[in-house]
Each structure stands twice: as C-alpha cells, then as structure tokens.
Design a protein around this ligand. Structure first.
Ligand code: 5AD
Ligand code: SF4
Length: 442
C-alpha cells in the first residue's frame, strides 16, 4: 500500500481541496503518511495569491529532486492547485522540473486517482490542466481535518476581476452547486458528527443555485441548511460588499444558527483606489453597509482583508484606509502588501509604490489593527461565551481551544472529553489574538 502526503498553500478553498484529494486517495486504498519525507507520493497544492508564491513553491519543490533521482519510480511527485492554471508556471515546470510525475489544475482535481493509475500503468508522466471548469463533479469524498466541523463548497470561481487579483484566471467563472446537492451533503456531514459548516465561495453573495424547486439565492440556502436538525452553526467565506443583500442582514437577525460574524474584505478605504481596483463600491457605501449590519446585529464581529500599496496609492489615500479601519473597528484583519500578479491589469501599471513605502504603511496599519483587536477582545472579559471545542490548546497554560459564535479563538481549562462539544466558557483574560477562560457548568 502506497502512502501519501499533501502540502497545502493558501486559502480555505485549497485546504478543502486537499481534504477532498485525501478522501479520494484513501478510498482508493492509499494511506496518509506522517511526514513528507516518509511518503511514497508527495502532493503540493499551490496558491497564487501569496507574495513570492512562485519562488517559495519552486524552492520547496527543488529540495525533492535528489530523492526523486535516487528512488525513481518508487517515489511520486504531484503538483496541483491555482499556480498550475498559469501558463508561465507550466513552462517553468517543463523546463526546470521535468522529473515531476503528475501535474493537474483546479478544474480537474477529481482526476487525481485516474492520473496516478495512468502514471503507474503507462509509466508515463501525466500533465492534464483544464483551462475552464466543466460540469461540477458531485459526490467526492473528503477526509476532514476535524470530526465536528467541515468546509462545504457552495460555488466555484469568480466573475469580479478585481484588477490586482489572479483568482478569476485560476479558478474560472462562477458556477453554483444545486441547493439540494449542498443540503444533501450537509445532512450527510451532520449524520457523521458535524456541528458546524463553513460555506465556501469566492463571493458567496452571488450564489445562484438552480434547484428542483426553482432558484435559490445565498440567503435562501442558509435558511434551507438551518432546517437541518443537529446542525448547530453556519458560517461562510467570503462576502463581496457590492453583493451583500439586506436579506442576508435580516438572516443574521432571524437565524440563530447563522454565526454572528462576517468577513467583509474592504481592500482600501479610498474611493479612488477602490475604483482602480474595480471593486464597484465606494468608501461611503462600505461604511453604510457596516452601519446597517451593526444596527441589525449589535454583537456581530467583523473582519476584513486590506491591501497596502496598490499602484498609485498616495499617502492620503493610505490614511483614508487607516481612518476607515479605525471607524469600523475590526475584530481582526488580514493585511497584504500589494504584489504584482502577472496577467492582471494592475500588474501593467507603471506607478508601482516603492517597497519601502509599502512596508512602512503596512507596519502602521498592522499597529492600528492590532490595537483595535486587543481593545475589542478586552470587551469580552467577564462574559460567558458558547465555545465549540476544536481540541487541545496550543498554549501551554490551557487545556483546550475553540471558537465562539463570533469566531474568537478561546483557550480554556476544562475536564476531559470536551472535543467537538459546545460548552459555556467564562472569559477571564484577553490579548490581541485570543481570549482565555474557564468552563462553567450550566
Ligand atoms: N497583492 C496583494 N494582496 C492580494 N490579494 C489578492 N491579490 C493580491 C495581490 N495581488 C488579497 C486580497 C484578497 C485576499 C485573499 O488576498 O486582499 O481579499
Ligand atoms: Fe479576487 Fe476580487 Fe474575485 Fe475576490 S472578488 S477572488 S479579490 S477577483
């Protein structure tokens, strides 16, 4: 029996793709290995978003050459994911890494078992990347990281073409799964012990499922899932502000199972920069949205993505971002240094912001975000929060870690056997990135 190891770069979508690859391989009789070094089959699931992704990936891949040359057919190297959807990556692989055995893309992930079969029977390298997504493939197994929570794809691809972003080129156009297929999957997951699902899509707000009972939009889908007995929490990722509906805001109020947390990427606080990013909303529109959400659900937690140093960004425009972040008061934020993605419109601009300026702005933003996060977290001290227990804590002073409804990380003390349960925790302390406390008995 051959063993496999998957290294995943990037977002939740990629993490979930890796869970699906593991599920397919285990169904075929392959077994997970403890480490990359001990695995017979090594798989890299790549990402194109992160800075210097290409360099880092090729660097790591290069370290396998020696072993490949020594072990030949006994050792299999596979690469897949977003980077494979870019021609210049495929060209580099062919030229510099001809010893890689299997190459596939985001649209034909389900072909992994077949490509491995072909490799072993034909004794020939397999390179198969589809330029676009075909029919959505249903019914793929997944080997979940957690027994009690799961990612669920509700749609694939993106139609928005933000001018800095590579995703529409690597993940193709938007395609929504049928609502009944999603409901059936979540029912199966719940029967298997899942209490929380995170619905995944590049822009879940534009979900449009054509079901047997007609069309369902994203909020309809949430209500359908909320009816499933045994499912306790519904989360989702990611929302584009331009498509966030009043109907969804209402659902936060009406649907107990919908967690009171929203990740709402703003990218910039300057209307001019937002226009150049092709985001299709203004600073004012975004702030108005946040106000509406907070009025409807005062306890909601909000996180965001912000890009610093988009081409042409001036000091004043950056300060607009700082002011917006202060005004919103984010619970947390992912901050990115703008970096060129070959093939996107922003990459062609000549007014790129100097690295030094980008870093200096980035640090100022991170300082502000961190102090707001710490302040927001401090407000929880003394409260009792419901926590879904993920497992043993990584902090040495604590037993468990888990997440509140609002997605706050909590380290806490409690008796044995709580993993996967929802328990009440009294928050006794806080810092920038987490809360800590003690379990209380009901
Ligand atoms: N440079 C920097 N950050 C980027 N992101 C996407 N493309 C780029 C880029 N070229 C960020 C955006 C997005 C997050 C997933 O990654 O903030 O929301
Ligand atoms: Fe990229 Fe914009 Fe699509 Fe998000 S909405 S994946 S940032 S193009």
């Amino acid at each position: 029996m051959k063993t496999f190891h998957i290294t995943t770069f990037g977002c939740q979508m990629n993490e979930h793709d890796s869970e699906i690859m593991a599920g397919m391989l285990m169904e075929k009789g392959y077994a997970p290995a403890d480490s990359r070094d001990s695995a017979d089959i090594v798989i890299f699931n790549t990402c194109s978003i992160r800075e210097n992704a290409d360099k880092r990936f090729f660097g790591t891949l290069g370290t396998l050459k020696k072993r490949k040359m020594a072990e030949r057919e006994a050792f299999t190297v596979c690469v897949c994911g977003c980077m494979m959807q870019q021609q210049h990556i495929i060209d580099t692989l062919k030229a510099k890494f001809p010893w890689v055995d299997v190459v596939f893309g985001t649209h034909n992930l389900h072909e992994l078992p077949k490509l491995l079969d072909n490799l072993y029977t034909e004794k020939k390298k397999q390179l198969e990347v589809w330029p676009d997504g075909g029919e959505i493939v249903e019914g793929l197994p997944a080997e979940r990281l957690f027994k009690h929570k799961s990612f669920v794809n509700i749609m694939y691809g993106c139609n928005n073409f933000c001018s800095y972003c590579i995703v529409p080129y690597t993940r193709g156009r938007e395609r929504s799964r049928k609502p009944e297929d999603i409901v059936a999957e979540v029912k199966r997951l719940v029967a298997d012990g899942v209490k929380e699902v995170t619905l995944l899509g590049q822009n879940v707000n534009s979900y449009k499922g054509c079901g047997e009972k007609g069309q369902a939009d994203f909020t309809d889908l949430i209500y359908m899932l909320a009816d499933i007995e045994g499912l306790e929490r519904i989360r989702f990722m990611t929302s584009h502000p331009k498509d966030l509906s009043d109907k969804l805001i209402e659902a936060f109020k009406n649907c107990d199972k919908l967690c009171k947390y929203i990740h709402l990427p703003v990218q910039s606080g300057s209307t001019k920069v937002l226009k150049e990013m092709n985001r299709k909303y203004s600073r004012e529109h975004y702030l108005e949205l946040v106000k509406k959400i907070k009025t409807a659900v005062p306890e909601i937690t909000i996180s965001t993505d912000i890009i610093v140093g988009f081409p042409g960004e001036t000091e004043e425009e950056f300060e607009d971002t700082l002011k917006l972040a202060e005004e919103v008061g984010y619970d947390s934020a992912f901050t990115f240094l703008y970096s060129i993605r070959e093939g996107t419109p922003a990459a062609r601009r000549e007014d790129q912001v100097p690295e030094e300026t980008k870093h200096e702005r980035f640090n100022r933003l991170v300082d502000l975000i961190n102090s707001t996060s710490a302040q927001k977290n401090a407000e929880y001290v003394g409260r009792v929060e419901k926590v879904l227990v993920d497992g043993a804590s990584r902090s040495k002073d604590s037993v468990y870690e888990g997440r509140t409804d609002g997605f706050k990380l909590v380290n806490f003390l409690g008796p044995e056997g709580l993993e996967g349960k929802i328990v009440s925790v009294k928050i006794t302390d806080s810092n920038t990135f987490s809360l800590s406390g003690e379990m209380v008995r009901e």
